[in-house]
Design a protein around this ligand. Structure first.
Ligand code: NCD
Length: 322
């Protein structure tokens, strides 16, 4: 593995290995001294052309915990056209010697361009490109699910485990969600069965070719009439900033049909988990009661993100030296 551009780049064995390494990284984060020398002398550049709180801080923390030098570049507000600004910025970073470039960009495919055009010789990690992919988010979601659904609990999942046979309902603005795309691919690779739930207007063209089921009815999907109730529900943010038209009649109507509420979760089996990648629109796609409730792994997802990104950086930059 030279870059991490898409969840589809990972075979089952590679994904499980990354999750296993992330478990080892997570164990080191329980120690009083959290810093490891693994990437000493390496430079990790965070190139963020789009807003981010969790992902940027998480990559920065992960790189620092591995003793890499970290440069964070927030390019928001640049007036240069996207393609040019990406190229020029990448060439500048290349001149400074970046071993890894973590990119978030509003254009789908930007990290792939960076990797393919040779604008950087470092490893490229996709931190979210447009509505396309967000592989490290899918990995931290899978890591969180594996911990809670495949033994171990917060103490860590069994090494080598995948998510075979687990059922995951992903509900919300699938159309604009790179998190949904990456999750469908990775969860499928790991053997889970995914059901996407959204109003027809918030489903992308061609969704029927994705390796998952599709439903317009959240209550039916949670009841699991055909395949059994889900082991986890992942709520997606309604991405108002990517909407140029009305995709649903009103916020109230959306919440009524697609909102994750404590009442809806109450019918699920006791072990069922609730995930949301953040940032949450409390009161729209998820109620505060559900978000702060006992099934919610929302805060833990952020913690797990650091371990997963440490594993990704480590395997890309130092993995071959083992
Ligand atoms: C997601 C993103 O940016 O794609 N957030 C994240 O990385 N934690 C999801 C979102 O913005 O809704």
């Amino acid at each position: 593995m030279r870059h991490l551009l898409s969840a589809a780049d990972l075979s089952r064995a590679e994904a499980v290995r990354l999750l296993d390494v992330a478990e080892q990284m997570a164990a080191t984060q329980q120690r009083e001294i959290k810093k490891l020398p693994a990437l000493r002398g390496r430079t990790v550049v965070n190139l963020f052309f789009e807003d981010s709180t969790r992902t940027r801080l998480s990559f920065e923390t992960a790189a620092k915990r591995l003793s890499a030098d970290v440069i964070t570049f927030s390019a928001k507000g640049s007036s240069v056209s996207k393609g040019e600004s990406l190229k020029d910025t990448a060439l500048t970073l290349q001149a400074m010697g970046a071993d890894a470039v973590v990119v978030r960009h509003s254009s789908s495919g930007a990290p792939h361009r960076l990797a393919e055009k040779g604008w950087t010789s470092g490893a490229v990690l996709n931190a979210g490109d447009g509505t396309h992919e967000h592989p490290t988010q899918a990995l931290l979601d899978a890591f969180t699910l594996r911990r809670h659904l495949v033994g171990g609990g917060a103490l860590g999942a069994a090494a080598g485990a995948d998510l075979a046979g687990r059922r995951v309902v992903v509900v919300g603005d699938v159309l604009h969600s790179r998190v949904a795309r990456s999750n469908v691919r990775l969860l499928h690779t790991l053997g889970a069965q995914v059901t996407l739930v959204a109003p027809p207007t918030l489903l992308p063209l061609g969704v029927e070719t994705w390796p998952c089921e599709v439903s317009y009815d959240l209550d039916a999907a949670l009841a699991g009439q055909t395949s059994g109730p889900p082991d986890a529900v992942m709520a997606l943010r309604v991405q108002l900033e990517r909407m140029n038209a009305a995709y649903f009649p009103s916020a109230r109507e959306y919440s009524r049909r697609y909102g994750v509420t404590a009442e809806r979760l109450a019918g699920l089996p006791p072990h069922a988990q609730l995930l949301h990648p953040g940032p949450m629109n409390r009161g729209l796609e998820i109620t505060a009661e559900a978000a702060d409730g006992p099934r919610s792994r929302v805060v833990e997802q952020v913690t797990n993100g650091v371990a997963v990104r440490m594993a990704a950086l480590y395997l890309l930059l130092a993995g071959e030296e083992e």
